[in-house]
Design a protein around this ligand. Structure first.
Ligand code: AMP
Ligand code: MG
Length: 487
């Protein structure tokens, strides 16, 4: 266990120099205070969890203090936003404080979001508000607990600094951890600004540090791109299987590591709805729930375009072709497990689709349905759950098919079925209204609800005594909360 001043830095990205990032110091928040910290994320840095409660913790992650070895940098990148190319973006309000390596030898970027203005702030104020910082913190840690690849969050620091959005709010910072903060948009930036040398340097950096095994392949860059395609297919399959809607899948929000990244107006589905649009500003539904799958491929194509200096177009196309089949395979595998199936049959795809269609038509709670399906034997569970469906005849027909499929699947006890299903079907997810309750309390200075919710979400598959209120459908007010893009 380490104290805060015992972190070891090795700032590999900063060493790439000024063509890639700019030195900027964090702008401190007034009266910084700990809102919430993740013990699990602290463990990634070997930090003693007790240090979260010390004043110096809030000072460090509230922009007042810095380690002597930290080299805070704002990264430059660009990206396709809602399908159109924006030539220059960059860290407009976040700073890569430095890279820390832990005792296991893993490097973690410390990225402080809401750290003040940078050369890339454009019209922005460089700040993040408490509400969006809490949402990013909770989402990162909740997705991780569900087994979905994601950046992590160490803490949220609140403050008394006023920040203007639609109304006056308070500034906050979230400390994000990831093995890298390089985005698809980094490659696009050097490609479209025609800086081949820097682009090559960036590619070498990513290959050496993050995909070293691809070095052994005959075409290392192609192997790396294939791996990125595979990781994205798997990540998005998990989003779809767990009902996670990212909301802003611009290429500047896509990590080169295939992890969920840059949380904005995200949401988990309550009622199943393939057409759900979580981002209030996404009028055309480009990033609707079901569109995430083709958009994943669109984003990879945008990255492929930026990689044409290193890889032949033929080879890039072939690698892109891996995306959909891989996505399908991962998705179906996970959905089979969610349905309690241990074997694969040709028709499983239509079994899943049939269920989703019924849920869609009746507005059935996606998470709770699948959880309850495992509570009892297939026969008893479907008999109980049919009341949730408007089209009962339709559901009965599906239920017959499901029971027959379960019977063919194998001979196991209900105890085994429940255990297996509950291990992949969460009871607790980060519903928008739960986040909203925690935010409302935090905005009035009470952080206990954020902390409790975070705690519940770190063990989503485990029934927790006294926490029934976190495993309910939303009340009416919480059903269609509009989450604005402003953050
Ligand atoms: P996002 O939609 O949060 O992924 O941000 C898109 C771009 O806008 C990124 O370059 C951000 O750094 C920048 N940005 C967002 N909010 C702010 C802000 N309040 N101040 C400065 N830059 C911002
Ligand atoms: Mg972003």
């Amino acid at each position: 266990m380490k104290a805060l001043d015992e972190l070891t830095f090795d700032n590999r990205f900063a060493r790439l120099g000024d063509a890639f990032s700019t030195h900027v110091l964090p702008e401190p928040l007034d009266e910084p205070r700990l809102v919430v910290a993740s013990k699990a994320a602290m463990a990634l840095l070997d930090l003693d969890p007790a240090v979260a409660e010390t004043p110096v913790f809030a000072e460090l992650f509230g922009g007042h203090k810095l380690w002597a070895e930290a080299e805070p940098r704002a990264m430059v990148y660009s990206g396709h936003q809602f399908g159109g190319y924006t030539p220059q973006l960059g860290d407009g309000r976040g700073l890569l404080l430095g890279e820390v390596y832990n005792e296991a030898g893993e490097h973690w970027d410390l990225h402080l979001k809401g750290a003040g203005m940078t050369p890339y702030s454009r019209m922005g104020d460089g700040r993040a508000v408490l509400r969006s910082s809490i949402r990013e913190f909770l989402a990162s840690e909740a997705l991780h607990a569900l087994g979905i690849p994601t950046s992590r969050a160490l803490c949220v620091i609140g403050s008394s600094t006023p920040v203007w959005r639609e109304k006056q709010e308070r500034g906050a910072m979230v400390l994000r951890l990831a093995h890298s903060h390089i985005r698809f948009g980094h490659f696009e930036y050097f490609y479209y600004t025609k800086k081949p040398e820097q682009q090559a340097e960036l590619a070498e950096h990513v290959l050496n540090l993050h995909y070293p095994e691809c070095r052994e392949q005959p075409e290392p860059y192609l192997a790396m791109f294939r791996e990125i395609v595979e990781r994205n297919a798997e990540m998005i399959a998990k989003w779809q299987a767990y009902g996670f809607c990212h909301g802003v899948m611009n290429t500047d929000n896509m990590s080169i590591l295939g992890i969920t990244f840059d949380f904005g107006p995200f949401a988990f589905l309550d009622d199943f709805d393939a057409h759900f649009i979580c981002n209030h500003s996404d009028h055309e539904g480009r990033y609707s729930f079901s569109n995430q799958v083709p958009i994943g491929q669109w984003n990879l194509s945008a990255l492929a375009q930026a990689l044409t200096p290193f890889i032949s177009v033929e080879a890039l196309k072939e690698a892109l072709g891996l995306y959909l089949p891989l996505y399908q395979a991962h998705y179906l595998d996970l959905m089979r497990r969610r349905l309690g199936l241990t074997t694969a049959e040709e028709d499983d795809q239509t079994l899943v689709e049939g269920l989703l269609k019924l849920m869609q038509n009746s507005g059935v709670d996606y998470t709770l349905f699948l959880r309850r399906l495992g509570d009892e034997s297939a026969t008893l569970a479907v008999a109980r759950l049919r009341d949730d469906f408007v089209d009962m005849a339709g559901f009965d027909a599906w239920a017959e098919r499901y029971k027959a499929r379960v019977a063919r699947d194998g001979d196991y006890t209900q105890e085994q079925r429940r255990e297996r299903m509950h291990a992949v079907n969460p009871l607790y997810i980060l519903r928008n209204y739960l986040a909203q309750n925690a935010i409302t309390a935090a905005e009035s200075g009470d952080y206990s609800e954020v902390r409790r919710l975070h705690d519940v979400l770190t063990r989503p598959f485990e029934e927790q005594a006294g926490m029934e209120q976190y495993a309910q459908r939303p009340p009416d007010w919480g059903k269609h909360l509009e989450i604005s893009c402003s953050s």
